[in-house]
Design a binder for this molecule. Structure first.
Ligand code: PHE
Length: 343
């Protein structure tokens, strides 16, 4: 084949190659070690010196012209392929996005965590305990005698004579007392589920949540308790809240108090929520009974303590204006989604 026809054939192939890959195949065919141009070079040695010179120059010119043509075609094809790819992979920024649906913390978890946070900041530890509990920790160590009505089959879910579903988080406290006696200070906050044989209605549930606090140390006093409760009330219901202590009775505290917080809805003037008294009862509290300290392994002549406890549902109902405790357990999506804005 003449140099000229090789050139024409090659230029046509370069011109009509429809992709970079196709162009590379054409390049192999003409410019590789076994390609047409190399074959022409191989014939040089068969020629006499004079012919060799001019033929060699022509083959070189062919090679250069083909290389230039390849270069131009490559640039053109690459640009076309890039444009096609951009078009294929283009994102339509005007399309509406897909909304990510995320859940929210359960309102009872929110309240529990908020209370835990307040006390972690004051150096307390969060402690948990078993829900299937020994009578020993739920009642006996809390100074609740065998004939006490709280121990009645009517009020408590018994598993057998020894085991029951704990009726209050005080069971966690009696365990914490035993575990740390005789060391002080002991500062714990104890959240958890508790169980009572109540008939479920808008304000009662056979299973609910409590959170209790307990401090034992030298010289711990009622004044410390009052300040702690005030801090809690303000953190949960607002800086302007006041508290009021009323005498009460719990077996494991002496003296015992019922704690009212000034109504966060009417500010204390009186409204439907506070039953027109200006006060809402939210906590039980008191100084740990010396006998409770003693049977746990503390010396009540050397150390003293205070404890307080409240229902998490009750706090959540007051804080978020929920009128039926059962909402917390039925967990309807519309109810739960409301709490997203409180996160
Ligand atoms: N355990 C009590 C209850 O279930 C609450 C409480 C806790 C009272 C700690 C005093 C001290 O009602």
């Amino acid at each position: 084949m003449s140099i000229e026809s090789i050139q024409q054939e090659a230029l046509l192939a370069i011109e009509t190659a429809s992709s970079v890959a196709a162009l590379n195949e054409v390049r192999q065919q003409y410019l590789s070690k076994k390609g047409s141009v190399a074959s022409l070079m191989n014939t040089l040695k068969e020629l006499d010196p004079e012919e060799r010179k001019s033929f060699g120059a022509q083959v070189n010119a062919l090679k250069q012209s083909l290389e230039a043509a390849f270069e131009t075609a490559q640039t053109r094809l690459e640009a076309i392929e890039l444009a096609l790819n951009l078009k294929k992979e283009a994102l339509d920024m005007t399309l509406p996005g897909t909304t990510m649906v995320s859940g929210t913390l359960h309102p009872l978890t929110m309240v529990t965590q908020a209370i835990e946070d307040i006390f972690l900041g004051m150096g307390y530890h969060v402690v948990e305990g078993p829900e299937v509990e020994l009578d020993l920790y739920n009642f006996e160590r809390a100074n609740i005698p065998a004939n006490h009505p709280a121990r009645d089959m009517q009020d408590t879910f018994y598993i057998d004579v020894e085991w029951l579903l704990r009726t209050h988080t005080t069971a966690i406290q009696t365990r914490a007392l035993e575990a740390s006696a005789p060391h002080v200070p002991l500062k714990v906050i104890c959240p958890g589920k508790v169980y009572r044989k109540d008939d479920d209605d808008a304000t009662h549930s056979h299973q609910f949540m409590q959170i209790e606090g307990l401090v034992v140390g030298e010289g711990v006093s009622m004044a410390n308790l009052k300040h702690t409760l005030e801090t809690l009330a303000k953190a949960m219901f607002g800086e302007e809240r006041k508290i009021r202590l009323r005498p009460s009775y719990f077996q494991f505290t002496e003296p015992s108090v019922e704690v009212d917080v000034s109504c966060h809805i009417c500010g204390g003037k009186g409204c439907g929520i506070c039953k027109h008294t200006g006060w809402i009862e939210v906590l039980g509290a008191g100084m740990v009974h010396p006998h409770v300290l003693k049977i746990a392994g503390y010396d009540p002549d050397k150390v003293s303590g205070f404890a307080f406890g409240c229902g998490v549902e009750r706090i959540a109902m007051l804080k978020y204006g929920v009128d039926d405790i059962r909402h917390f357990y039925t967990n309807a999506k519309p109810f739960l989604s409301v709490f997203k804005r409180f996160e």
